[in-house]
Design a protein around this ligand. Structure first.
Ligand SMILES: [Zn+2]
Length: 535
């Protein structure tokens, strides 16, 4: 039986009507993008330039259309590098300076796009989760914190309280560090320190340390981003424990106080932060790489397929392997965009289909933020989109993971094509990690465009869910955002191959149907979509 099926499949492949016949090319793209020659694909570096040219050349070879005269669409960025030797972070307790080491104990810097930023003797205040959420009747800022340094926990109260507050264990935007810094700036704080704890952050200190040292990229702001707090940073749980010990309390006690709507900010008596930050500023332009296949009947309507091409580059300060190859994150997704482009360049869809390699995702979803602000298409005409970010090659699964499951009607379309392959759609198993807010689609969702963020399944054909979750957490612990995220000989590509076929059918369906999918009524993005469709 199995043999007959295989034989039939082989015939299909020879007939050339299956996208799987191109799968070897997909693998080649992954291997190339993740090679040392591409130097970890950091924007603004030779490896970054090599990467975007590689994608653009591929689009050109396929004869794809471009917006304007190039596949490369400019994104203005500003990089800030803290000079750690010239800068100071002085945390005093009753006049005595604590021995705190950069990277080991604290990471800090400024997002103000100027060379010198300093402040002195800013009083520390513990502000719980640092959340001001009117719709949940929750406000951790019950006192004036202007000029102060606010110290806070990561994630939102729902993570510990489970189903009683916020969205239970599933993270809301209030749990993200990006939100915490934004809110502290709105409150006028001079400094912001987030206490790292592995479980609610969902990643170990090493991820914070790597992500926050070295050059920090951001969009270029006309106001030089002066509205932000002077200093933004993280401290380790150990440092927090030692500060709380000096207040005759503990981290656990402070956290339990923070888990109440009636929480009152707690002044950290005798503790003051002074900092002088000396940074070098570099402006640079990076590029999103975009090509499209023009629709034969409704060329103004678009289906979007995206994946971020950038990764973390090279870190010459570490011992051993210094290249962040980013094989899973996101050579696999970038290659998928290139692969889909090749498939659709040979078809003639009724609607246009755009293939987008996004830049500067790792620096805070910057390429997608820029594209969402300055789109070459009308939002009301975008049918929907698929974001592909990180496909661990852990073998064939019975499911496809949908991050942020239950959001839009696109799920029904994808489900149809997954079912045809005997697969089911499964909600993301760890909504508390807030992955829905941690990848590029979110910038388009905020504009109302229905977006699906799909990951490989974890219900493995060989080994089931237990094995799938184990392999997934091995990746997060050992390789995620580390130089060891490399292509390995023992990768099992079969699951990815199957999913690529399903995604191609999904896109094909969207590009050829007359449907206008929307967010489900319960979604926070539905109203925005309705409005853009009415215009
Ligand atoms: Zn990624």
């Amino acid at each position: 039986m199995f043999k007959k099926t295989s034989y039939f499949l082989i015939l299909l492949i020879i007939a050339g009507c299956s996208p799987q016949s191109d799968f070897e090319k997909y693998k080649e793209h992954v291997v190339t993008l993740a090679s040392d020659e591409f130097e970890g694909r950091a924007p603004g570096t030779p490896g970054g330039i090599k990467t975007k040219n590689y994608i653009a050349n591929h689009f050109e070879s396929l004869g794809m259309k471009s917006f304007g005269d190039s596949y490369l669409m400019g994104v203005d960025l500003t990089g800030i590098t803290l000079d750690e030797n010239e800068s100071s972070f002085n945390l005093e307790v009753y006049g005595e300076t604590l021995d705190i080491k950069y990277k080991t104990d604290v990471v800090y810097g400024t997002t103000r796009q100027v060379e010198n930023v300093s402040f002195e003797n800013s009083d520390l205040v513990f502000v719980g989760y640092g959340v001001n959420a009117p719709e949940y009747g929750w406000n951790d800022y019950k006192v004036d914190v202007k000029g102060k340094t606010v110290v806070m926990l990561i994630n939102d109260p729902g993570f510990e309280l489970q189903s009683t507050e916020f969205n239970g264990r599933a993270m809301t935007y209030y749990g993200r560090w990006t939100y915490k810094f934004e809110e502290a700036a709105r409150q006028g704080a001079a400094g912001v320190l987030i206490i790292h704890e592995t479980a609610p952050a969902s990643y170990p200190w090493g991820v914070v340390e790597n992500g926050w040292s070295g050059e920090q990229l951001n969009l270029t702001f006309k106001d030089k981003n002066l509205g932000r707090s002077a200093l933004e940073g993280w401290i380790t749980l150990d440092v927090a424990e030692s500060l709380f010990a000096k207040m005759n309390t503990t981290y656990d006690e402070m956290k339990s106080k923070a888990l109440s709507k009636n929480f009152q900010p707690i002044p950290m008596e005798g503790m003051k932060l002074s900092s002088n930050m000396v940074s070098s500023i570099r402006t640079t332009e990076s590029h999103n790489v975009i090509g499209y296949v023009e629709g034969s009947e409704a060329p103004e309507e678009f289906v979007l397929i995206m994946g971020h091409w950038d990764h973390m580059g090279i870190d010459t300060s570490i011992e051993g392997d210094q290249i962040y190859n980013g094989a899973v994150d996101n050579a696999t997704g970038t290659a998928a965009v290139m692969h889909m482009a090749e498939i659709f360049s040979k078809r003639s869809p009724k609607r246009s289909v755009a293939f987008i390699g996004l830049t500067a995702e790792e620096s805070g979803l910057l390429g997608s933020a820029y594209l969402a602000e300055y789109p070459p298409f009308e939002y009301g005409n975008v049918i929907g989109g698929l974001n592909l970010d990180a496909f661990p090659a852990i073998g064939k699964a019975k499911d496809i993971t949908i991050v942020g499951y239950g959001a839009s009607e696109l799920e029904a379309v994808l489900d149809k094509h997954a079912s045809a392959e005997g697969k089911y759609l499964a909600p993301d198993k760890v909504p508390e990690r807030g992955y829905f807010y941690r990848s590029d689609h979110i910038n388009f969702a905020k504009k109302g465009i229905p977006m699906i963020y799909a990951d490989p399944g974890v219900d493995l054909v060989n080994g089931g869910i237990e094995k799938g979750l184990e392999l997934g957490s091995q990746y997060t612990t050992n390789d995620y955002h580390k130089p060891s995220d490399e292509v390995r000989d023992d990768w099992d590509w079969e699951g990815i191959e199957q999913d690529m076929g399903i995604f191609a059918n999904f896109i094909d369906d969207l590009a050829n149907s007359g449907e206008y999918p929307n967010w489900y009524v319960s979604s926070e993005f539905r109203a925005i979509r309705d409005e853009s469709q009415n215009n």
